[in-house]
Write a protein of this length. Structure first.
Length: 326
């Protein structure tokens, strides 16, 4: 009996937990050769994250398409995101949008995305046709607010697609640059990495890049934050240790306004921002010579009532790869 005949996702998961990695990979590869759609999707996911086998985005795309052609809806969504981004091949926004339209005939999530995209004033690559204009707030830290940069429906979309990814938030350890739990920050956070960057998210990121005048490839993956009543982020800087590709700017997207408290407060200047639904706040984290600017020390004040939703887009000094995390 071929190993492919015993392919079962639960069994594969158990084997991986038991350290039987080679066996799990071999069975999955044989099931892929036999045309098993779930195996195609499983192997594509491994190739995407680089565990338990090396990352290969080109082959990942191929397997996602094979799984999708056999009716794997989730595989098609991930493939569309990677196609538009240009992961594993050249970016193809129009091809991705065409696949999304086709998927929308049978999938509600795709239909919602198509509706949101059709309401945007974007070009054939998903970029805004007009550059949003901001209003200067303060010179130290250098800060600008963009009123209604996002529509209410776009804000709702970001909150909804992030919910399954929310986990207790971390802060960056200054010694290692990795995330760690800390009492200064008590909220939930969810990162929308490349597989979660649907076309709506990508169009929003292109709008943020245009508004802020920063290259698209300098931005980190969008980080969506949920603060419940009483939660806060105490005074901190968004900058990273000197050895890392520095976060030059921070962008705060305000996804709702039906809460009390929760203002963004800058300690030294006294600037306090309570963004309205869809507003975006941009502020600079470093001085002219690239050092962390102490005037950018800020806090997310405690939420007095309700739930506060924001999304963060940190913008680096140099091109940033979400795959390498550099």
């Amino acid at each position: 009996m071929k190993l492919a005949a015993v392919y079962n996702p639960l069994t594969i998961g158990r084997w991986l937990a038991e350290g039987r990695t080679d066996e799990a990979v071999k069975v999955t590869e044989e099931a892929v050769d036999a045309g098993h759609p779930d195996a195609c999707f499983q192997l594509a996911c491994w190739l995407l994250v680089g565990r338990p086998i090396s990352r290969d985005l080109a082959r990942c795309r191929e397997l996602l398409n094979r799984a999708a052609e056999c009716g794997q809806i989730q595989a098609r969504h991930v493939e569309i995101a990677l196609m538009a981004r240009g992961d594993g091949a050249a970016p193809d926004w129009q091809g991705a949008f065409a696949r999304l339209r086709a998927l929308a005939r049978s999938d509600q999530h795709a239909a919602i995305q198509v509706s949101l995209l059709e309401a945007m004033d974007i070009d054939g690559d998903g970029a805004p046709r007009a550059v949003p204009r901001g209003e200067a707030l303060c010179g130290s830290p250098e800060s600008t607010i963009f009123r209604a940069l996002l529509t209410p429906d776009e804000c709702r979309h970001l909150a909804l697609v992030s919910q399954m990814h929310l986990r207790p938030a971390h802060v960056i350890d200054e010694r290692t640059g990795s995330g760690t739990r800390h009492a200064a920050r008590d909220c939930d956070a969810g990162t929308l990495g490349p597989p979660q960057e649907d076309l709506v998210v990508q169009a929003i990121l292109k709008r943020v890049a245009a508004a802020t005048g920063t290259p698209l490839d300098r931005g980190e993956s969008l980080n969506v934050l949920r603060y419940r009543s009483g939660q806060q982020y105490r005074y901190h800087l968004d900058t990273l240790p000197p050895q890392f590709n520095q976060r030059v700017f921070s962008t705060v997207l305000y996804l709702n306004e039906d809460y009390a408290g929760g203002e963004t407060h800058f300690n030294r200047s006294g600037l306090t921002v309570k963004g309205r639904l869809g507003d975006a706040l941009l502020f600079r984290n470093v001085t002219a010579d690239g050092r962390p600017d102490q005037h950018a020390l800020h806090a997310g004040l405690p939420v007095a009532s309700g739930v506060k939703w924001i999304a963060m887009r940190w913008i680096r000094e140099r091109p940033y790869s979400p795959w390498a995390g550099d």
